[in-house]
Write a protein that binds this ligand. Structure first.
Ligand code: NI
Ligand code: MN
Length: 226
């Protein structure tokens, strides 16, 4: 499994020769100006919730990739299906086996509405198991006891956690979340994009290291392979 950080909470994941795009917010992120959304050819688009900083580029990308399937909650799914796009709807606690791997929709503590005010259902995270590696994408969320349920079913190789504070967990809560999901390899996201979520990256890494955990912070466009 290969994971490329596209800035903010946007990820490109290659799994079993399929391309998954998560929460595309690229064209309006000045820090990601070197990423061209027209270069993205996703087979699937995974959406954790409807907020604009997670869905802004969905429709522009689908203009060029009309066969892409959006994987998201029922309300976001209905929104995009009504506009003529393809979507597989899920809800919390449910799993589905796709050709790239199995996805389980996980609870997240946050909110979810589109920029125009349309209700976006409940926010979510995803566990992806692809036969070789297992990852957790938390989405925008507070620290929640529900995270303790994940390792009862899945041994994670990587947890992708928000660390920017204000809208989500901060670094210290993310360290507790790493304990809850029993994974010591963390990819941090949802930080530094705009003023409310700026962090000191060195302090963040030190805090994780003190807790005997690895915090990976990628440059935008940088990739890791699991
Ligand atoms: Ni949000
Ligand atoms: Mn967000």
């Amino acid at each position: 499994m290969k994971i490329t950080f596209l800035g903010h909470a946007s990820l490109l994941i290659e799994s079993n020769n399929k391309i998954l795009l998560v929460d595309p917010f690229i064209s309006a992120n000045p820090k990601a100006s070197h990423i061209n959304i027209n270069d993205l050819k996703p087979d699937y688009i995974l959406l954790t919730h409807a907020h604009q900083d997670h869905t802004l580029d969905v429709e522009p990308i689908l203009q060029n990739n009309s066969n892409s399937i959006i994987i998201c909650n029922a309300e976001i799914s209905t929104y995009y299906i009504s506009k003529g796009y393809k979507s597989h709807m899920m809800n919390h606690g449910g799993s589905w086996q796709f050709d790239f791997g199995k996805i389980k929709m996980i609870n997240a503590i946050h909110s979810s509405s589109f920029a125009d005010g349309t209700y976006g259902g409940n926010p979510a995270g995803f566990v992806i198991e692809n036969g070789q590696k297992n990852i957790y994408i938390a989405g925008d969320t507070a620290l929640t006891m529900d995270m303790k349920l994940i390792p009862m079913r899945t041994k994670l190789d990587l947890a992708i956690l928000p660390i920017g504070d204000n809208f989500t967990m901060d670094i210290d809560d993310a360290i507790i979340a790493a304990d809850f999901v029993q994974c010591n390899k963390i990819l941090g996201y949802h930080y530094d994009t705009f003023g409310f979520i700026e962090i000191d990256k060195e302090i963040a890494k030190q805090k994780f290291a003190t807790s005997k955990k690895e915090l990976i912070l990628l440059e935008i466009g940088e990739q890791i392979t699991l």
